[in-house]
Design a protein. Structure first.
Length: 397
């Protein structure tokens, strides 16, 4: 096992026998493929059947495979203006590497957080606020750092980018006034922002307690998250670490704490607005804190998305479809991408040397924790992941 040629060979072997998912209205999709090595992506491909796709990707090894979220009358045309746009699926893309204070070098920890965020997106917003139906939903693990929610209700196909942006703006809480929302949070069947704001007060208070006790990692992530939200909405006010630390100190008064937990933020005096802004930033799902990348995927009516069933060229893991109820990370049937996303062999072992510090990975029940110079033996799937991530290289033990 050495070099790109080996990875290319194993990927091709996988595609020869893999069960490949067929997109609805396959003939109307544009396909894109990224070869191994320095070659440019291949776009503007159209196919009539999934077997044609299989034949194509087995003739030339590909690092990653994508299909269009859009439907085109003539997907094979080289100019976008000539393709004749017919509509597009609605896609929500959540990636853990965009989360403030989260690093993918703790891969299991990052996946846990982003899975929680993906479940919250559906459970707190898409279903209750917008009335989305499970029958139109496809949930997939992206094969690397996150999850995709594909929504294919025909009544949304023709939404333009601006209409899709309004969905994202609501999810991100743009324009939400915490005090106004809180007044509606105790109403029966409260959903969306009223429910999240109400349930988020206790969570923010707990985090401030940890910051008061010296949790600098949490302080950094809370500050970054807050700053991103304030910058996005053009809000002025307290935002630095020292302000958050002062707020954490104020929260140590029992009488003040009780009033805040009861929704009476004036107990915090001139730090009341800071608490509300932190609460709002903390209550949003990752679309509210991930910069622009995730928003662009949703509003782009011509987007390419990873093909379920294909292998991700930065991890060697499979873009995996699974039922909605398994997205809930607290379910006893929760989807485990670090086991179920493994597609390559768990048999033959390879010798590796770690080339990055403080990396954590998991394959099934085996946890890998390493620093530069550490050596280990691991199966093909694990070796592929660690090398493609740039965390390891082949070595002699």
């Amino acid at each position: 096992m050495s070099g790109w040629s080996t990875f290319a060979h194993r990927f091709t072997q996988y595609y020869r026998t893999a069960e490949l998912w067929t997109p609805p209205r396959l003939r109307n999709r544009e396909w894109m493929f990224i070869p191994f090595g320095p070659a440019k992506p291949i776009r503007h491909k159209g196919f009539s059947s999934i077997e044609e796709v299989r034949q194509y990707i087995c003739e030339r090894p590909f690092h990653s495979c994508f299909y269009s979220t859009a439907y085109w009358k003539k997907p094979y045309e080289l100019k976008m203006a000539d393709k004749d746009w017919l509509g597009a699926d609605l896609i929500f893309d959540l990636d853990g590497d965009h989360l403030p204070g989260i690093t993918d070098r703790d891969f299991p920890g990052m996946i846990r957080v982003i899975q929680e965020q993906a479940w919250s997106l559906w459970n707190d917003f898409l279903e209750p606020d917008f009335g989305f139906k499970e029958e139109h939903l496809q949930v997939t693990f992206s094969g690397h750092r996150g999850f995709h929610l594909h929504y294919r209700d025909p009544k949304f196909f023709h939404l333009d980018s601006e209409a899709r942006r309004e969905l994202v703006s609501h999810i991100r809480g743009e324009g939400v006034e915490v005090v106004d929302v809180l007044s509606r949070s105790n109403k029966p069947n409260a959903v969306g922002w009223p429910r999240r704001i109400n349930s988020g007060i206790g969570s923010v208070v707990e985090k401030l307690d940890k910051i008061f006790d010296g949790d600098t990692k949490l302080l950094n992530s809370m500050t970054i998250n807050l700053q991103q939200m304030l910058d996005r909405e053009g809000i002025k006010g307290l935002r630095g670490k020292s302000s958050v630390e002062k707020l954490a100190e104020l929260m140590q008064s029992e009488s003040r704490r009780e009033r805040v937990l009861d929704g009476r933020f004036t107990a915090l005096n001139n730090h009341a607005l800071l608490f509300q802004n932190i609460l709002k930033a903390d209550s949003g799902v990752v679309l509210g804190s991930a910069g622009e990348t995730d928003e662009v995927v949703t509003i782009d009516t011509r987007r390419q998305i990873r093909w379920p069933g294909s292998l991700h060229g930065k991890s060697g893991m499979k873009v995996t479809e699974f039922p909605l109820h398994r997205l809930d990370p607290d379910s006893n049937q929760a989807f485990d991408c670090l086991s179920e996303g493994i597609a390559l062999s768990r048999e033959k072992e390879y010798h590796l040397e770690i080339i990055e510090n403080e990396v954590i990975a998991r394959f099934d029940d085996r946890i890998i924790e390493g620093n530069i110079g550490d050596k280990l033996s691991i199966h093909e799937a694990g070796a592929t992941f660690l090398i493609l991530k740039g965390w390891a290289k082949f070595a002699n033990l």
